[in-house]
Design a binder for this molecule. Structure first.
Ligand code: AMP
Length: 540
């Protein structure tokens, strides 16, 4: 027997309709790419998003067509998102930090018909435009005054383009499983893979992200997503903030410590989200200039492991540091670390032990760890295994890739290696390809990196496995020191000694001027392995 409840498809644009109706005057503040601070609200964004839909419709964009955006977090980007999705077209966010050849590959693979771009990225697109055969026109997210001279095909300033629409347009209703958005994962090897979100998966994810133990922002809060819209839907904030009526503050192109601090302070931001590199820059800026943020209550941090020293720095400021783990294929939230019972009253180092884990999943994500043969491993907090997940916002296939990516129980292998403890707290110990295999046992490169960055002179640390004649692989610690600071190999090893098992201790330390990163801010271990491929441990 079926239930007798309404068939009300979960469509992304219904989120903005709700925001406009119920939280219409709630502000959306942007540091514009052109420079000045721009203020608008959800009612205005809704009105302009309708014009975008109308204009795209007039340009012949139909259900299922792909429209790319290559843009910073701004109000224009946000309204473009909803305008694209409202007619059932697919909003394809392109990561501008990828190499131009990868950008071309992705746009061609997605067969994008229109590209909306910030002025910043016009020169990159001009260089690859002759390869982008599916693109019919470029819309530059600016006004007539700031429109650059460009050779891009049918280029038009966004403000001129939408001025041709009157906004008398109704968003469409269709099946909630219709594709809404796509985002390519920036794998370090092989071709990028397209994750194709549906309206339903995005709305389900927004509801999940809104809970108190997830992003935890409500209508009286202000959220600044430093994490870009092109990095897995700015971790879902582009949907969750309007669905709650949370005020949004968008940082545009300026993500340095001073610029982020200025917005956090002047807009009295309560919640913010970004990768560890961003928080490192903010904390350095605040420490150097002896600054405080009295309104800030929560910093969500993910994308790579949040070091214990960083969690402590925020906790000492009275700010909740919420360590999150997820991935593009998960829309992206997987787990978040909060102090749930019986740990709610913990403080000091004991609290940090929990907050440093990647946390436990909200309702809507299931996880398990398995060995290489797929056998489930115990949740004892010690046993490492391949981390696999399932849920309504987890990918079941990649776009135009004919391969089964789920196991026989419908779980997706994340490529991460993790432990899970009896309370459900998950701890990432590595990417499966980065784990160091020493004498048949595994050493977690992430644990070693986290420990090393706790040394006061260390700015960033990376650990790779290097061939060893006896143990197969042993850890090499690669360290970038903070500017003006000194530390020797012995200083750092002494600092680490006693905090990890003896056999986990790195066999050597290499000092470097900079550590390479991927387009989403993760340490690029393939480049480090290449850099150190001729390296041998002393005495081997
Ligand atoms: P992406 O799809 O670019 O967001 O990358 C997802 C991958 O980033 C995950 O599979 C993890 O390897 C890594 N990652 C994300 N969050 C964390 C975290 N909190 N700690 C460690 N690794 C993380």
């Amino acid at each position: 027997m079926l239930g007798l409840m309404q068939d009300w498809p979960l469509l992304c644009h219904r989120i903005l309709e709700h925001a406009a109706l119920i939280h219409g005057t709630q502000e959306v503040v942007t540091r514009s790419v052109e420079g000045p601070i721009h203020r608008t609200n959800y009612a205005e964004i809704h009105k302009r998003a309708l014009k975008i839909s109308q204009r795209l419709d007039r340009d012949g964009i139909r259900l299922g067509d792909r429209v790319a955006t290559i843009a910073w977090n701004t109000w224009r980007h946000l309204e473009a998102w909803y305008g694209i999705m409202g007619i059932g077209a697919i909003c394809h966010t392109v990561n501008p930090r990828l190499f131009p050849e990868q950008i071309a590959w992705i746009i061609n693979h997605a067969q994008d018909r229109v590209v909306m771009t910030d002025i910043t990225f016009v020169p990159i697109l001009e260089k690859i435009a002759d390869k982008l055969t599916s693109v019919e026109r470029y819309i530059v997210l600016t006004d007539k005054t700031h429109m650059p001279q460009t050779t891009l095909k049918n280029a038009v300033a966004y403000e001129d383009w939408i001025a041709e629409a009157d906004g008398h347009f109704r968003w469409k209703t269709f099946d909630e499983n219709t594709a809404a958005a796509m985002c390519y994962t920036s794998g370090t090897t092989g071709d990028p893979k397209g994750v194709l979100y549906s309206h339903r998966s995005n709305v389900m994810h927004a509801l999940m992200a809104n809970t108190g133990d997830s992003l935890g922002a409500c209508a009286s809060d202000t959220m600044l997503p430093v994490v870009p819209l092109f990095h897995a839907n700015s971790w879902g904030i582009a949907f969750s903030a309007p669905s709650m009526g949370t005020k949004l503050v968008l940082p545009g192109a300026k993500l340095d410590g001073a610029s982020v601090f200025e917005l956090l302070e002047t807009e009295k931001v309560t919640h913010t989200a970004g990768v560890p590199t961003v928080w490192l820059m903010l904390l350095n800026h605040m420490a150097t200039n002896k600054l405080k943020l009295p309104h800030l209550r929560m910093v969500v941090c993910g994308g790579s492991a949040m070091p214990r020293s960083m969690i402590k720095a925020f906790v000492d400021m009275g700010v909740t540091a919420r360590h999150a783990w997820g991935m593009t294929e998960m829309s992206p939230i997987g787990t978040l670390a909060t102090l749930k019972p019986p740990f709610s009253d913990l403080a000091g180092e004991e609290a940090l032990d929990i907050l440093q884990t990647q946390g436990y999943p909200p309702f809507g994500v299931q996880m398990k760890i398995t060995d290489d043969a797929g056998k489930e491993l115990p949740w004892d907090g010690k046993t490492f295994g391949r981390l696999k997940v399932s849920g309504p916002s987890v990918a079941k296939a990649y776009y135009r890739v004919d391969a089964d990516i789920l196991d026989e129980n419908g779980f997706f292998d994340t490529g991460d290696v993790a432990t899970i403890d009896p309370n459900g707290y998950m701890r990432i110990t590595d990417r499966s390809k980065d784990v160091i295999k020493s004498g048949g046992e595994w050493i977690s490169s992430i644990d070693l990196e986290n420990l090393a960055v706790g040394h006061p002179a260390v700015a960033e640390a990376a650990v790779i496995g290097v061939h060893h004649p006896k143990w197969d692989e042993r850890p090499l610690l690669i360290v970038q020191l903070k500017q003006g600071q000194n530390a020797t190999k012995d200083d750092i090893l002494k600092f680490m000694d006693g905090k990890i098992a003896k056999w986990w201790m790195p066999d050597d330390i290499a000092f470097v001027d900079g550590i390479p990163h991927t387009a989403t801010g993760k340490i690029l271990k393939t480049a480090l392995r290449e850099q150190f491929k001729a390296y041998t441990f002393p005495g081997t």
